[in-house]
Design a protein around this ligand. Sequence first.
Ligand code: FAD
Length: 411
Amino acid sequence: MNSETEVAVIGAGAAGIAAARRLTDAGVLCLLIEARDRLGGRAYTVRHGGHGVDLGCGWLHSAATNPFVAIAEAQGRTLDRSSPAWSRPAVERNFPLADQRAYHQAMADYYERLSELAARAADVSCAAAFEPGNRWNGLIGAVVSYISGGDARDVSARDFENYAGTDVNWRVSEGYGTVVAAHAQGVTAALGTIVERIDRSARQIVVETNRGAISARHVIVTLPTNIIAARAELFFPLLPEKTEAAAGLPLGLADKLYLALDNADEFGRDSRVFARTDTKDTASYTVRPQGRPQIEGYFGNSFADELERGGTDAFVDFAVGQLADVFGSDFRKRLSIIDMHLWRADPFARGSYSFARPGKVECRAVLAAPVDERLFFAGEACSQLDFSTAHGAYLTGLTAADQVLKARKAA
Ligand SMILES: Cc1cc2nc3c(=O)[nH]c(=O)nc-3n(C[C@H](O)[C@H](O)[C@H](O)COP(=O)(O)OP(=O)(O)OC[C@H]3O[C@@H](n4cnc5c(N)ncnc54)[C@H](O)[C@@H]3O)c2cc1C
C-alpha cells in the first residue's frame, strides 16, 4: 500500500477521528491511519446482554459542555443522565455512614490543601497534600489514582488542579466507544496499519507503516504519550522536545473489570462499594451500573499494574475475594466474568490516561505545538484543561485540524 494523501492523521481515537472528520467535511483529502482493526482507540465498547459495555472511557464528563453529547444525540443514542455512584453514599455494610462522612470531610480537606500547594511557585506532587497519619490517606490515594491514573507521589499537584471537569457526568447506553467510533462515518481509514516512522526530511512527509509508505503534505499525530516517549526514532529527523514532553506526561493506569451478578435486584442501581478503606491498593466497585445486573470494578495505577502481571484472572480473583469479604462467601457463586481489557499490556495504548509529573505541566503545551506548520499534534495529553478525557482528546483534534486548514491557506 504505497499511497498519497493531503493530510495523514495518525491514530483513530477520539482526537484522530475529530480531526479527520473536520478535514473530510472541509473537503480535504485525508487518511486516518490506525494500527488496530477497529476505530476508537481508548474509547472501546463491547456488547453484552444487549448493552454496550465500555472497557475504556464510559463517562461523558463535563456533560453540559461535552461535544460528544450532541454527537450521541445526533446518532440517536440513549443518554443516561442519572448521577454517578461516586456522588451517592456508598454501601453501608462495611462502611458506616458516620465513617463515610468523616472520609468525605478528609477528602475535602485534602483537596483544599492541594489547591493551596498548586498555587505555590514550585510544583509538588499530589502526595504533598496528605496529612501525615490521617486515617483516610489510603482511600484518598486510591481515589487520586482512579482520577489521574497515577499514584499521588508521581502526579503534579498543579496539573491535577488544572483539570476543568464539572460535576455533570452522563453515560450513553450504547457505549461511549460506540459513539466515538461511529463519528468516523464518511472518513477514509486504513485499519491494521502500524506507523513506524514519520520522515519529514523532504517536502512531502513520508509516513512509513507495516503496509507501505504514505506521503502527505501535512500530518497530525495523535499517538498516546507512552508510545511517543518510548520511540524517539518515530520522528526523522528526531524531535527530542516531543519525546521529552511525552515522557513528562506518562499514561497512568486504570483498568475496569465487569462481572455479571445473579439476583442483582437487592442492590440499588449504581451503588458503590469500597471493600477496603485503609489502603490505596484496593478497587472501587459499582454495583448495578446503569441498573444492569453487573458489577464494574475500577483499579488504579501501580496496584493495577501489579495485577496485570497475573492477567485477567488476577483481577477476577482479587475482586471476587474482596466482594466475598464484604457480602459473605456465598456471594462468589453469584459472580462470573463478563470482560475486561488490560490497558498497560495493550501495545497501542500502553496505559489509560495521562498525568503530568511534578514540574512538567508545560509539557502539555510543548507536545501540542506544531512543527514547521507541517506536523501537528493532538490527543488527550495535549489538552491543558480537559486532559485524560475523550472530549478533551476530541477538542484537541479539532484544534489540530483547524491548524492544518490555516497552514493550507497560508501556503
Ligand atoms: C479504563 C479507562 C477508563 C476511562 N474513563 C474515561 C471516562 O470515563 N471519561 C473520559 O472522558 N475518558 C476516560 N478515559 C480516557 C479516554 O478514553 C482517553 O483520554 C481518550 O479516549 C484518548 O483519546 P486519544 O484520541 O487521545 O487517544 P487514543 O484513543 O489512544 O487514540 C490513539 C490511537 O492511536 C493508535 N495507535 C497507537 N500506536 C499506533 C501506531 N504505531 N500506528 C498507528 N496507530 C497507532 C491507537 O490504536 C489508538 O487508536 C478512560 C480510559 C480508560 C483506558
